[in-house]
Design a protein around this ligand. Structure first.
Ligand SMILES: [Ca+2]
Ligand SMILES: [Ca+2]
Length: 347
């Protein structure tokens, strides 16, 4: 089905009038050939499109692990071919078993440096919100350090971890943990946990009222100033505001806001509905995230200011994680839609 859409960015007009004209006809012809090629490649690089990938059934999940993406269809697993719009059979990811005492739907996060593993534990029903599939949230975070040693960060009775999988990432050059902490009376905050001390070393102010949640969307130096930034979507079901929080001298400072995004829907355990990659090739990471109604996929760059690299209308709402794949040697995006279709967004 030709359900492909394109978004154009204003293409750069070659400054031909600034160039001295060649004297011979051959040189002139070569120059015009070069200019048309430059114009064509500029246009091609700016054209993002969403295409339906032919699939043997309805897509039920998209899973990511590192740079790998797997797509679940009818109980089987697939990946996107690197050079054509088709699926290839693939082995499913192996998931670490959920340790005793963990949240029933916990996912174990693995680090590469000082943190070996981390997971959410001590299930509790003290926060009756239930946007993540059930009303059971975590009272503690378990951290296993590489080389031995396990610590537990236990919250007080006034808060829970309203999350499924902690995120282990380098923040300020050191592996730390990013997790959503929700206060029973003030709603969610983004918390940064130090692995050595198993303590929260920084957190954003909570949203301010119960049952108001946020979902992290990406961790990278999005604005290119050298300080790690954490992108989050504040209230992805109702407000849908992207906020960029920068790790500066051990504190979190909000440095940017973008309206009209979402990376979750109520009742879903899918928390990875976003992806970080340098999509426009300027050397700075960009964020792919759905619009608030999840009927468009936005690719947002933050340098020099927050701006849409592309905004692609889709045939239906995004309901799965968003994966980054290499397609024809370029980063591309894959996601499952509410109508069961699989889309590949590429330029
Ligand atoms: Ca930054
Ligand atoms: Ca970029």
């Amino acid at each position: 089905m030709p359900a492909s859409t394109c978004v154009d960015r204003p293409s750069q007009v070659p400054a031909t009038h600034m160039m001295p004209l060649p004297r011979t006809a051959l040189a002139s012809w070569l120059m015009s050939l070069l200019m048309s090629w430059l114009a064509l490649s500029a246009t091609a690089a700016a054209d993002w499109r969403a295409e339906i990938v032919p699939a043997p059934g309805k897509v039920t999940a998209v899973e990511t692990a590192g740079k790998q993406v797997r797509i679940a269809i009818g109980g089987r697993w697939y990946r996107i071919a690197a050079d054509a719009l088709r699926l290839e059979s693939a082995l499913p990811f192996e998931r670490a078993a959920v340790p005793a005492g963990a949240l029933p739907d916990a996912r174990v996060a693995t680090g590469v440096e000082k943190i070996a593993r981390a997971w959410l534990a001590d299930p509790t029903g003290r926060y009756r919100h239930g946007v993540l599939g059930d009303a059971i949230e975590a009272g503690s975070l378990v951290i296993v350090r590489r080389g031995g040693g396990q610590s537990i960060l236990r919250l007080g009775a006034d808060a829970v971890f309203e999350d499924i999988q902690p995120r282990i990432a380098k923040i300020g050059g050191v592996e730390r943990i990013v997790v959503v902490k929700s206060y029973l009376d003030r709603g969610s905050a983004l918390a940064i946990v130090d692995a050595d001390t198993a303590t929260i070393v920084a957190e954003t102010p909570p949203i301010g009222r119960p049952n108001a949640w946020l979902n992290p969307a990406g961790i990278a130096d999005f604005n290119g100033d050298g300080a790690t930034d954490i992108a989050l979507v504040r209230q992805p079901h109702v407000l849908g505001r992207l906020e960029l929080w920068s790790w500066q001298n051990g504190k979190l400072q909000k440095i940017a806001e973008v309206a009209d995004v979402s990376n979750h829907f109520i009742g879903s355990r899918v928390l990875g509905m976003s992806a970080t990659e340098d999509f426009d090739g300027d050397g700075k990471p960009d964020l792919a995230v759905p619009s608030l109604d999840r009927r468009s996929l936005r690719i947002i760059a933050f340098v020099p200011q927050p701006r849409d690299v592309a905004r692609l209308p889709l045939p239906a709402r995004i309901v799965t994680n968003i994966g980054v794949v290499q397609f024809r040697h370029r980063p591309a995006l894959v996601a499952g839609l509410e109508n069961g279709q699989l889309i590949l967004v590429h330029d």
